[in-house]
Design a binder for this molecule. Structure first.
Ligand SMILES: [Fe+2]
Length: 316
């Protein structure tokens, strides 16, 4: 992106590129613009969920930009999509390996809640982290109704994900049926599709995430575990767009601030969860072929190397 700004946007582009490079994740003076990129990540479950859901937002945005009529932008983002695919692979397989191990430990422990007694990560904790990173990543798609999104589309800067699968690409009069939240209850109204482009992209994103969660659930199914992971409703825990400022449970049922405060820790990671995760991740495991107790080995190594290959050399 810095290369594009330098090459095609003159002095404005160069200034913008410098500012972009200055912003750093979690930096108090110069934080990243999008909040999900400033959230702390100090355990592997958060890291895997981040690369599963937040990097998939990257995929959303890149798919939209890869349809750009600005050819250098389109070509660069197509190239970046392959990189993003590897990030999502890391997240999806990371959580898969944790689930695999949780299922093994459940056979010893009996119930998911008891998995912690044998040093594993219980499914409710995994679900809470899923809720957290999915909802944060929904926010990254922007407001539901957006005149900016409309003008990006109208000017050909962005398209929809997989624009070639649509019959019509001008989208001047087409409408999108959108759910609103008015006077404490849901309502449906038609809005111009161009103004709903963020929501159109979010629909694609939710579908892509749901397919990933389905693949995770197959692991639970194969292990004979009856619990399932699920995506929370898109109104849950939102801080951007029309649902911000309201509270909803993971089924999308509206609730008061007091009810939310009382039940928040059932649905989102709390201090005790982070503390537990850090406690089981405190001891690093360096030996090739050995893995921490809460995670199963990967099914195969990277780059056709065996699982017990010495991928990282550490000076000890
Ligand atoms: Fe990424």
């Amino acid at each position: 992106m810095v290369y594009l700004l330098h090459s095609y946007f003159g002095r404005d582009g160069r200034d913008e590129a410098e500012e972009l490079l200055d912003r750093q994740s979690g930096n108090r003076d110069k934080p990243r613009i999008l909040e999900a990129f400033n959230e702390p990540i100090d355990n592997w479950l958060d890291f895997f969920m981040f690369t599963m859901f937040t990097d998939r937002d990257g995929k959303s945005q890149l798919m939209s930009l890869s349809e750009s009529s600005l050819d250098p932008l389109s070509r660069t983002t197509r190239f970046m999509l392959t990189e993003e695919a590897h990030h999502m692979f890391v997240g999806e397989t990371g959580v898969s390996r944790i689930l695999q191990r949780t299922c093994e430990l459940m056979r010893e422990a009996g119930f998911s809640e008891d998995v912690r007694k044998v040093g594993g990560i219980d499914i409710p904790t995994i679900q809470k982290h899923l809720n957290q990173w999915f909802s944060l990543s929904l926010d990254l798609h922007g407001g539901e109704v957006s005149s900016n999104a409309a003008s990006y589309f109208a000017n050909g800067l962005k398209g929809r994900a997989k624009e070639d699968t649509f019959d019509e690409h001008v989208v001047k009069d087409a409408c999108y049926r959108m759910e609103f939240f008015e006077d404490g209850r849901p309502a449906t109204r038609d809005v111009l599709m161009r103004n709903a482009m963020n929501e159109v992209l979010r629909d694609w994103y939710v579908g892509d995430c749901a397919a990933g969660v389905e693949r995770w659930n197959r692991i639970l199914e194969h292990a004979g575990v009856s619990e399932r992971l699920r995506l929370p409703d898109r109104k849950f825990n939102r801080h951007i767009g029309m649902y911000s400022g309201f509270h909803f449970d993971p089924n999308g049922v509206p609730m008061s601030k007091e009810q939310w405060e009382k039940r928040r820790n059932e649905w989102l990671p709390c201090a005790a969860d982070s503390e537990y995760l850090l406690s089981i991740m405190a001891e690093p495991v360096y030996q090739p072929g050995r893995f921490a107790n809460y995670i199963a080995p990967p099914r195969r190594g990277i780059n056709q190397k065996p699982v017990d290959f010495e991928y990282v050399r550490t000076e000890q």
